[in-house]
Ligand binder design. Structure first.
Ligand SMILES: [Zn+2]
Length: 669
């Protein structure tokens, strides 16, 4: 493993943080914590922790010995000084005198000794850091170290590799007992550079940030060399048929069977090698690579056979039975170990489909991505372990203790779900004014958003702003629409809501309009809506979770304006299309509704057009924009609010909401 320590970079960090009043010790702690955290072979997503012991002044100016330990909720890769809360060292060290200490009392001791009452709660491994005498202590869950220690003979392997350089401790759940055991082991061997925690990870320490970091890289490199030396590929299962099934065909089926999670699909060479392995059932279900993975991935994945593209119905049946079996096994596991805890939902968080790849499930796109990253890391650990021996995890009881440990559950957060959490919304014309406002409105309700737009640069920009999926797509091209929905299925697992919003305003008197112009308008203002709705409905039906189609119609559909025929005629057809979907797919639980908006400043209704329309009616632009019953201008946010309201109205289908601040001539009758 490459040592990335750079003295100029370290000094630059010291100078940068000095401007903010951060002392040198803590600045260097932040620097090497980020170095460790940016190496995915060492830690991922909140895993691992580091500390530094230094001196701070209290309010009276008296020096106080403190230990700054990574706080929960922070990721090592982008940690800042606030992510390493300062705790008074002496009161923590005095706890060594105790024989036992409950988790609740331990966390209480962490919090009551904080220097700042508003600091994040320090890591559950704080006492381990505090008991050791070194100024700098680093802890990671390095893949290679886990490949060595996740073995029936992990202890012997570690002793052989590390000799006197590192202490080897058996698996003990994090907390007071582990902290005390680590301290006692250290006292017997005070010259060591680090500590290997079997089936958990590695600690290194030193008197400087550099010494602790160098030792981490050195000790991990020894493990990497040992794994690399014996490395062979996982043996592929014999007679495993190839499949032409696309992940986007399988995702909605799995999403329906597991109950509307967000699902991310991945299939690199390493993942395929792993899921196609001859002994997948054994190594894949043996348990987690390091204990804190369990809260992201559950104790084991759901494994499914190779799907047959010509017979997805029987794949669905097999998958349904497999999900039911998984749920039963998970509930039995819970019952075997439960001691008063409340059972979590029993659905898998990782689904491995032979021949295809991995689907990771989560309550949000972020949670699914974390589960996918963690699973890729554990595949790397397990493949390494299998290449030199046989992967072995902690026991089932130890896994359960970790999964249902109150301090681990706290990492998942307790916030209640927003109304559209775990829902996927696709929005066409997504980079425009109304599309962007609609995307933001759905995101505020917790939905995962996919933006589709003809303008590839603009959609990429908007998607980056929102942190969502952005796809360049010409919605008049049915094949392009289908391809875009495939991408949505691979990224989020399926689709629940579609806002078919893309449109374009063409004008001409109807007796004089060129055929070609009228047809072009029909392509975008009618057929594109059909392309989008048809693609979405196919996915919604495969999911079996219902769905919501939302069309941006237009008041032109009910109140034609002079010279606006080329725009209004296909929009009238689109209103009929909306109702036809309500009629034909109500039995699938799919609702279909529309919004008739009028006079919104947007890319389509631009300043030039407003000037033109105002002139045609012989009014000022201001009068034109506010010429309605409420006397107010209608905004893109008003339209967005109507789409969200329809998405949240479970008993409404075949309906139009007008968003025009009152125009009785355009009211539906
Ligand atoms: Zn750990």
């Amino acid at each position: 493993m490459q040592n990335r320590y750079s003295t100029p970079d370290a000094e630059a960090a010291v100078a940068r943080y000095a401007d903010r009043g951060i002392d040198r010790d803590l600045a260097l702690r932040v620097y090497t914590t980020q170095l460790l955290g940016r190496e995915p072979r060492l830690v991922l997503h909140g895993g691992g922790n580091t500390s530094v012991k230094t001196v701070a002044a209290d309010l009276l100016g008296k020096p106080v010995d403190i230990v700054c330990v990574k706080g929960s909720g922070w990721d090592m890769g982008d940690i800042e000084p606030e992510g390493l809360p300062a705790v008074r060292l002496e009161p923590l060290r005095e706890l060594l005198a105790l024989e036992t200490l409950s988790d609740e009392d331990m966390v209480n001791a962490h919090r009551t000794n904080l220097m700042r009452s508003d600091a994040p709660t320090p890591s559950v491994e704080t006492l381990l850091h505090a008991f050791l005498p070194h100024a700098y202590v680093d802890h990671t869950h390095a893949n290679a170290v886990l490949s060595i220690t996740d073995q029936p003979d992990g202890l012997d392997r570690c002793r052989e590799i590390y000799g006197d350089r590192a202490i080897v401790l058996p698996y003990i759940m994090p907390g007071f007992t582990l902290a005390k055991a680590a301290y006692e082991a250290y006292r017997r061997q005070p010259d060591c550079e680090g500590m290997i925690l079997l089936k958990h990870g590695i600690f290194t320490f030193g008197s400087t940030d550099r010494e602790a970091y160098d030792r981490m890289i050195d000790l991990v490199t020894l493990a990497e060399t040992a794994v690399g030396a014996g490395r062979g590929a996982i043996v592929r299962a014999p007679n495993l048929p190839d499949t032409v099934t696309r992940p986007a065909q399988v995702a909605p089926i799995l999403r329906g069977l597991t109950g509307r999670f967000i699902m991310e699909f991945r299939a690199g060479d390493d993942i395929l090698g792993y899921v196609n392995g001859a002994e997948l059932e054994r190594y894949g279900r043996s348990g987690v690579a390091t204990p804190d993975h369990v809260i992201r991935t559950k104790p084991w994945p759901l494994i499914l056979t190779v799907p047959d593209a010509d017979d997805l119905a029987s794949f669905t049946d097999t998958a349904r039975e497999a999900v039911q079996r998984y749920v039963a096994e998970y509930c039995a596991y819970f019952d075997r170990h439960c001691a008063g805890q409340t059972r979590l939902d029993p659905m898998p968080r990782v689904v491995l489909v032979r021949g295809l790849g991995m689907f990771a499930l989560g309550n949000s796109a972020r949670a699914a991505r974390v589960a996918a990253d963690v699973t890729e890391a554990s595949m790397n650990v397990i493949a390494g372990a299998e290449s030199i021996g046989r992967f072995e995890s902690i026991t089932e009881a130890e896994t359960f203790a970790m999964e249902y440990w109150s301090l681990e559950q706290a990492k998942l957060g307790k916030t209640s779900e927003l109304p559209l959490a775990r829902h996927v919304v696709a929005i066409t014309g997504g980079a425009g004014t109304i599309g962007s406002a609609t995307a933001a409105a759905f995101a505020r309700q917790g939905a995962e958003v996919a933006l589709l737009d003809l303008d590839s640069d603009k959609v990429a920009e908007r998607a980056a702003e929102l942190g969502c999926l952005g796809l360049a797509c010409d919605v008049t091209d049915a094949a392009a629409v289908n391809a875009a929905f495939e991408r949505i299925c691979e990224t989020y697992g399926g689709v629940d809501i579609v806002v078919s919003n893309a449109g374009g305003a063409w004008q001409a008197r109807i007796g004089e309009v060129a055929d070609d112009l009228l047809r072009r308008s029909f392509e975008l203002n009618f057929f594109a809506h059909q392309n989008v709705a048809r693609a979405a409905v196919a996915i919604m039906r495969a999911q079996g979770l219902g769905g919501s189609l939302l069309f941006n119609v237009s008041k032109q559909a009910v109140q034609p304006g002079p010279g606006f025929g080329p725009y209004g005629l296909p929009k009238a057809a689109t209103m009929a299309l909306m109702r036809q979907y309500a009629v034909d797919h109500g039995s699938d639980g799919i609702r279909s509704n529309g919004v008739n908006a009028d006079r919104i400043r947007s890319g389509m209704v631009n300043a030039e057009m407003i000037t033109e329309r105002a002139k045609a009616r012989d009014v000022t632009e201001q009068q034109y924009m506010t010429g309605n019953l409420l006397g107010r201008e209608v905004t893109a946010d008003d339209v967005a609010g109507a789409f969200v309201a329809l998405a949240l109205a479970p008993a409404t289908t075949g309906a139009i909401i007008t968003v025009d601040a009152g125009n009785i001539a355009a009211a539906l009758r």
